[in-house]
Unconditional design. Sequence first.
Length: 311
Amino acid sequence: MKVVLTGASGFVGSRLFSQTALAPEVEVTGLCRRLPLTPVGMGLIAVGDLEQADLVELLTGQDVLVHAAARAHIMKDEVADPLAEYRRVNVEGTLNLARQAAAAGVKRFVFISSIGVNGNINTRPFRASDLANPAEPYAQSKWEAEQGLMQLAAETGMEVVIIRPPLVYGPGAPGNFGSLVRWIEKGVPLPLGAIYNKRSLVGIDNLVDLVIRCIDHAAAANQVFLAGDGEDLSTTELLRGVGKAMGKPARLIPVPPGALQLGATLLGKRAMAQRLLGSLQVDISKTCELLDWKPPYTVEEGLRRCFERSN
């Protein structure tokens, strides 16, 4: 099977590239926007901006395209209109790639989306069948890309598989998880010792395993799947778990969530507080049942693998 992978130098893409490259039955071609100045770039092809790239020739003869490339973060004041920038990369780039894939005869397009399409807080676990409710520009762009892909699937017959992961953690993870790791590593006292929310996470190796399952599973065609470890943790439990995996104590101070919410609001950090204090759970029963899949690693194992010398 011939597989093309975009975003192959990124956090998720690089892990996926290394795992698929080890499979004897898969021939994987890794694409990235530009070659990184690290060993991660070995064997990759730089293709520039996907909304402008002409890749029909490269995609001809390929069976599956896994699209892990995305614009996930925009720094404050970096652009005047963040939604427009997200749309340029995550919608226009995705659909330009998908149209060329269909024209080249690619059979299946696997799209790494985001649980943010469902929303960023809930009182019951999200299901894949729930109505979309993106609350942030990044999630909105992912939702628009999903809609465009499903329309393209109906028009061309190319199969589309959509995977919506929550927060992805693993060795060297960026974003919120990386910040938590740095806080604990530095021994910073954190006022997060009394948070009783519930949040779903997905370890990088569980997500990669799911993506690989979706590459050729017949039941995955034209479906939306939610990803997760199958275990939900409070922020307090997550911090303690990270500390245990690192071999360092998490210095947590029990401060009432209401006081933290008020302080964050006064400081203009409401969104950050929501991620730390609110609940966001996902129901992966459809994913497990339809694909005959289960996460290969528990949360404890996944956290431990974050800090092992060899993963």
